[in-house]
Design a protein around this ligand. Structure first.
Ligand code: NAP
Length: 303
């Protein structure tokens, strides 16, 4: 099932990947797009991203059956307020934000009666951003978490089918559980990567050249993650504060325990800990969420 008319609001990595994945899936939907800057809109027109790129957000959404908010989490509320009077009765509004409680709080109050709001979060990304960074296979075999939040069952099920057609697996999740799960598997790991790259930069005794020259997989992967969009990640931590702080608290406790084990020469603790974490990695491979390839299965553009 696809929507006759889809509006993509924000034309970055996620929205552009959605567009190419819709085309790959053979969806006939007419897709309108809007981005706040003329530069992004011009780029979108040049590369054929969307059937129509609109110069106003109101124009982009006015006949849409599905409106996708694909902007940073902190920008969603203002956009919802602007578009609300122009939404077609009976349409579905969704978002792709990495945080759900704050997005629901910011968006839902603006939406008129008769419009279904079905928040969603595709758990897929790269460190690249902007309209030219998208590719059709981004969502293949990745999870898209759906947080129904009082929408009609039919609207929720249709959005699930849509995401499945884009290549994703879907699962429904309750709002606060979503935000905690994402703090564990995505948000805090990103913060740790940002921190580790910052620490390496601070250690002036290790020269920049050495950091670049000798960075093997571990640090190299940190630098890749730490190159992610600063606006997006600032918004994630500002809006998922409680879950992020809870997970960071647990992380700090474990880090201190390992620090003590190193200081006291407690090899058994280190060995047991690393044995346990290795088994978690195996579980991720078995679940098909990564590959065992030497390059850690980095996502490659295939189109
Ligand atoms: P992106 O590539 O940086 O693109 C963001 C888009 O939003 C751009 O078109 C930008 O317009 C527009 N925008 C930025 N700030 C805005 C504002 N204040 N008002 C209106 N429009 C604004 O971002 P993305 O990676 O696609 O992320 C979009 C959403 O997906 C975010 O909510 C993020 O949390 C979520 N998400 C991201 C990932 C990931 O790994 N990247 C994964 C899952 C979910 P201009 O180009 O004109 O500035």
């Amino acid at each position: 099932m696809s929507y006759p008319r889809v509006a993509l609001i924000g034309l970055g990595l996620i929205a552009s990947s959605m567009f190419w994945a819709m085309r790959r899936a053979g969806m006939q939907s007419h897709v309108t797009g809007y981005a706040r800057s003329a530069e992004t809109r011009d780029t979108a027109r040049r590369i054929g991203l969307c059937d129509t790129v609109c110069d106003s957000v109101e124009e982009a959404v006015k006949d849409a059956d599905l409106v996708v908010l694909a902007v940073p989490v902190g920008a969603m509320g203002a956009i919802a307020k602007t578009i609300a009077p122009f939404l077609k009765p009976g349409c579905t509004v969704t978002d792709v934000g990495s945080v759900k409680a704050s997005v629901i709080e910011a968006v839902a109050p603006h939406l008129p009666e008769g419009v279904d709001f079905v928040p969603a979060h595709p758990m897929a990304g790269t460190e690249h951003s902007g309209p030219e960074s998208g590719f059709s296979s981004l969502f293949d075999n990745r999870w898209c978490l759906i947080v129904p939040h009082g929408a009609r069952e039919e609207a929720t099920a249709t959005l699930e089918s849509f995401w499945q057609a884009l290549g994703a697996n879907t699962e429904r999740m309750e709002v606060s559980h979503h935000d905690l799960v994402c703090a564990v598997v995505s948000h805090v790991p990103h913060l740790i990567a940002y921190t580790m790259v910052g620490v390496a930069d601070d250690l002036r005794r290790v020269s920049d050249q050495e950091v670049i020259k000798f960075s093997a997989a571990g640090f190299r992967d940190f630098t890749r993650i730490a190159a992610s969009d600063p606006t997006m990640w600032r918004d994630v931590f500002l809006t998922n504060k409680d879950a992020a702080l809870e997970v960071l608290g647990r992380f700090t406790e474990e880090l201190f325990a390992l620090q003590r084990a190193i200081r006291t020469g407690d090899g058994d603790t280190l060995f047991d800990y690393f044995t346990h974490t290795r088994s978690i990695r195996r579980g991720i491979l078995e679940a098909g969420q990564d590959t065992d390839a030497p390059d850690f299965g980095r996502i490659k553009k295939d189109d």
